[in-house]
Ligand binder design. Structure first.
Ligand SMILES: NC(=O)c1ccc[n+]([C@@H]2O[C@H](COP(=O)([O-])OP(=O)(O)OC[C@H]3O[C@@H](n4cnc5c(N)ncnc54)[C@H](O)[C@@H]3O)[C@@H](O)[C@H]2O)c1
Length: 253
């Protein structure tokens, strides 16, 4: 088992990539602190992991509120006694161009993707310093390429990549590795919301996007989860400050 008895926090674990990561981590023996702002989905995923024989506790919190972000580390320490792995996966997936986005839109996107991620990490790190560990940021291929009307989301994900590199340097003396996983288009509830927003048929949206990935298809949540698992585990012991693209070749085509 690649994460046997490791204590792992996963934010945004109530659906999509976060849920798939929770399931993969449970299969590999981790003890899980699962966070989401959506209490119903969070409860469902906690029960799903327990149904597999895994250990999981829910930390219902909106990470864009500092006190709530801080409470996630508290749940980990009180329930399991520490933190070995942090997966910063929760995000606000609102895509908007500069002229459409209001100050409130920018604050919402950055509040979760940048400030919330920073706060969850700030309060988790003191509990990781003694033993070392691994932090995985779920960034995006959008951090590296321009896409129409993606300004707020893409810049927030580029900040996530730079947060990864900066923290990797600051936390290396404590044997805490920090890396990013950068997904291409992965089919999740966020994709369905996007299709609805664009007023497209799912099949047309899928085919158009699939043709932009070298592999000619979109990804599944478990494919991103497997990359997160690799970086979280000791198999990645000499990897830090890295960006692992999980994008079917999109960015380099
Ligand atoms: N799906 C894709 O194509 C894709 C591509 C690139 C990157 N990503 C990234 O992958 C990660 C997961 O995305 P997904 O596609 O699984 O989306 P998703 O919407 O299925 O899951 C995101 C989860 O985060 C939770 N969340 C949102 N705001 C929160 C907050 N303030 N506090 C706590 N939880 C919050 C949501 O409730 C949701 O359960 C995100 O960081 C996203 O930017 C996704």
């Amino acid at each position: 088992m690649r994460l046997k008895d490791k204590i792992a926090i996963i934010t945004g674990a109530g659906s999509g990539i976060g849920e798939a990561t929770a399931v993969r981590f449970a299969e590999e023996g981790a003890r899980l602190v699962l966070n989401d702002v959506d209490g119903e989905n969070l409860h469902r995923v906690v029960e799903r992991v327990r149904g597999m024989g895994g250990q999981a506790v829910g930390a219902h919190a909106d990470i864009s509120v500092e006190a709530e972000a801080a409470s996630i580390a508290d749940v980990a320490v009180k329930t399991f006694g520490g933190i070995d792995v942090l997966v910063n996966n929760a995000a606000n997936f609102t895509q908007m161009g500069l002229e459409q986005a209001t100050m409130a839109d920018w604050q919402r996107v950055y509040g979760v993707n940048v400030f919330g991620t920073a706060m969850v990490t700030k309060y988790a790190v003191p509990h990781m310093k003694a033993k070392g560990g691994s932090i995985v940021m779920v960034a995006s291929m959008s951090a590296f390429i321009a896409q129409p009307n993606f300004t707020s989301y893409s810049t927030s994900k580029a900040a996530g990549v730079m947060m990864t590199r900066s923290l990797a340097l600051d936390l290396a003396p404590f044997k805490i590795r920090v890396n990013s996983v950068c997904p291409g288009c992965i089919v999740t509830s966020a994709s369905h919301r996007e299709v609805e927003r664009l007023g497209l048929k799912f099949e047309d949206w899928y085919n158009d996007n699939a043709s932009k990935h070298m592999l000619g298809r979109l990804g599944e949540p478990v494919e991103a989860a497997n990359a997160i698992l690799f970086l979280a585990s000791e198999e990645a012991s000499f990897i830090t400050a890295a960006e692992l693209m999980v994008d079917g070749g999109y960015v380099h085509w």
